[in-house]
Design a protein around this ligand. Structure first.
Ligand code: SF4
Length: 347
């Protein structure tokens, strides 16, 4: 690749998109942007980034924050464990590094939630260290450029790509090289219809030369998402409603929702509903119900919302639920499906 690196860097310097986290060498800002960009597209990511660094401008403010404040800012991005990991990592930096971002790759990688890609991105963008940042875009560019036809998600693929990129990056400016590879994958060497005619590394590209851009990278077919059936209960009690917080581990960890049970289907009222809620016949009425379909990366959720009016909360099993004022519901961190449900209910 050495021969085409000057073209790649010049191309990047001339055409790259100006994004706020590219105009800084502050490792904290770079970290925040990288974690957000693992969740979403650049345009939406920009809005989240601005909100996040506005609310938590440095490691100390993030470490001091209540986790629910962080989840509120993160709301809608998904993978909430990442937000909680950032909180934990900020505390690690306060405890172990006097609130400074560590400035070498291995110390960065020791922080909670930071893997190879993010550590390399921070180490190269902020501290100009020679570590290749290998995200999905870079994997695709590299597979095509070198003609790597191993399945893209295998350790063998990663090892090979990493070896080639280490050789390439050590000869050049590591921050610009990594940014350029990421940008090339996002804007030129796209999954379908790569724009080889304007590609700065085309002259040495294996896939271009042998007409293999459709075959590379080798992406085995994805598994079908699991179907999950959930029943949510919007329980109105004298101007209040019942809200529960999910456990911190697992899907939507730490976010709030209406009480919810899983079933084998959404057609019928679940048998254990009254027992779950602690309700007796005659103590409530079903006002309405709505169905929702919600897609996650590995799951398709079929949900049903039951709107119940309860005469008084005497019979209701409140478990560890909260009884909150209806108008306060949007101040809690909520998952996307819950927001969809509230929109439908005009709450
Ligand atoms: S020449 Fe085409 S396939 Fe090769 S790296 Fe450039 S855009 Fe990708």
């Amino acid at each position: 690749m050495q021969n085409v690196i000057p073209n790649l860097l010049t191309w990047y310097k001339n055409v790259h998109r100006k994004l706020p986290w590219r105009e800084t060498s502050n490792p904290y800002y770079i970290w925040v942007s990288e974690v957000i960009l693992q969740q979403t597209r650049v345009e939406q990511g920009r809005e989240y980034y601005v909100k996040f660094v506005d609310k938590f401008p440095d490691v100390f403010s993030l470490a001091r924050a209540d986790v629910s404040e962080i989840l509120k800012i993160w709301q809608g991005l998904g993978y909430y464990a990442r937000a909680r990991n950032m909180h934990f990592a900020a505390k690690q930096m306060v405890d172990l590094h006097q609130g400074n971002f560590p400035n070498d790759y291995f110390s960065i990688k020791n922080l909670r939630g930071i893997g190879d890609y993010t550590a390399a991105a921070i180490a190269s963008f902020a501290f100009k260290q020679h570590y290749p940042a290998i995200d999905g875009n870079v994997k695709r560019v590299t597979a095509r450029f070198y003609g790597v036809d191993l399945p893209i998600s295998t350790p063998a693929f990663y090892k090979l790509v990493e070896k080639e990129l280490f050789l390439a990056i050590k000869t050049t400016e590591p921050d610009i090289f990594n940014q350029a590879m990421i940008e090339l994958g996002a804007m030129v060497c796209t999954p379908v219809n790569p724009k080889c005619e304007i590609c700065p590394i085309q002259s040495e590209c294996f896939a271009f030369k042998f007409d293999k851009t459709l075959e590379l990278p080798n992406n085995p077919p994805k598994k079908k998402p699991i179907r999950k059936y959930l029943h949510f209960f919007y329980i109105e009690v004298e101007g209040h409603l019942v809200l529960q917080q999910r456990p911190s581990e697992g899907i939507w960890g730490g976010l709030n929702e209406f009480p919810c049970i899983e079933s084998l289907g959404v057609d019928e009222i679940p048998e254990n509903m009254m027992e779950y809620l602690g309700l007796e016949n005659g103590s409530f009425e079903i006002v309405d119900n709505f169905e929702f379909k919600h897609l996650l990366t590995h799951q398709t959720i079929f949900a049903k919302l039951w709107h119940l009016k309860v005469n008084s909360n005497n019979n209701l099993t409140l478990k560890n639920w909260n009884l909150i004022k209806i108008n306060d519901i949007r101040t809690f961190p909520l998952h996307k499906l819950m927001v969809k449900i509230l929109d439908k209910l005009h709450l």
